[in-house]
Write a protein that binds this ligand. Sequence first.
Ligand SMILES: [Ca+2]
Length: 304
Amino acid sequence: MRLVSFVACALALIVAPAALALVGAGRVVTAGVPRACLTAMPAPVALPAGVVNMGEGAVLPGEGPARPVAVAGFEIDATDVTNDQFAAFVAATGHVTLAERLGSSLVFVVTGAAADLADPGQWWRVMPGANWRRPEGPGSSLRGRGSLPVVHVAREDALAYARWRGRDLPGEAEWEYAARGGLAHGRYPWGDAPSTAARPLANTWQGAFPAYDLGADGYKAAASPVGCYPANGFGLYDMAGNVWQWTADTTPAGEPVIKGGSFLCSDDFCFRARPAARLGAAADTTSSHIGFRTVRRPASGDRP
Ligand SMILES: [Ca+2]
């Protein structure tokens, strides 16, 4: 695995595991937090042609300036691809993911203590044996995780799945158009008001990253099943937070763009669970907080 140049909230480095522990992660019960996750997978959503104001609400370097981009109509998955869906692909094709071939993947670990935020090696571990089937490494499994987004997938794995379904990965403009849910303006897929403990709208991080996550949104330092938070105006779930999503586009440096932020993003660290936010990730990056969803374009459609 080629380790990546780090950008906040992103990816990897080899670390000394002794000081780290997989503690304090998972679902939590938080008073007042609604937990009505999907009980059936929703159908993909057909979006009309439109214009997205890409970069609207830009905050961090690399985002914006805001500019209108026309997008042709296309269809997009209502949720991230789940473990159950990816398992069906693997059963049908025998696909072996990059992380399985390489024998390791990046697993997030709660540090339990304050950390140097300039050193992501303190909260990312290159975990031998971690892959989509064993998301936390040996001893972990997909039991009870069928409706969680598949993770530890490289971009090539995501693309192979998409091709199997006769689909593609979204372009960045398509993704951002979809994420904004028809809103012309707004920092988040639902508008400008942030998600709160009283009304959580996305799976992000509450607390001092990476020491502890209070889990005020119902999930502590871990991904949630898909569709546990309200859909946006287009009927799309988890377009902010939970897991990053691969796109078909690349940064000027040539790295694939990932969008959406993850369960590791808080307002005071990362702050990328927003449509305008973007990161570059080496195409062979695999980690416990990157997944994807797919699109289908009309036969004659060209993506912007
Ligand atoms: Ca959370």
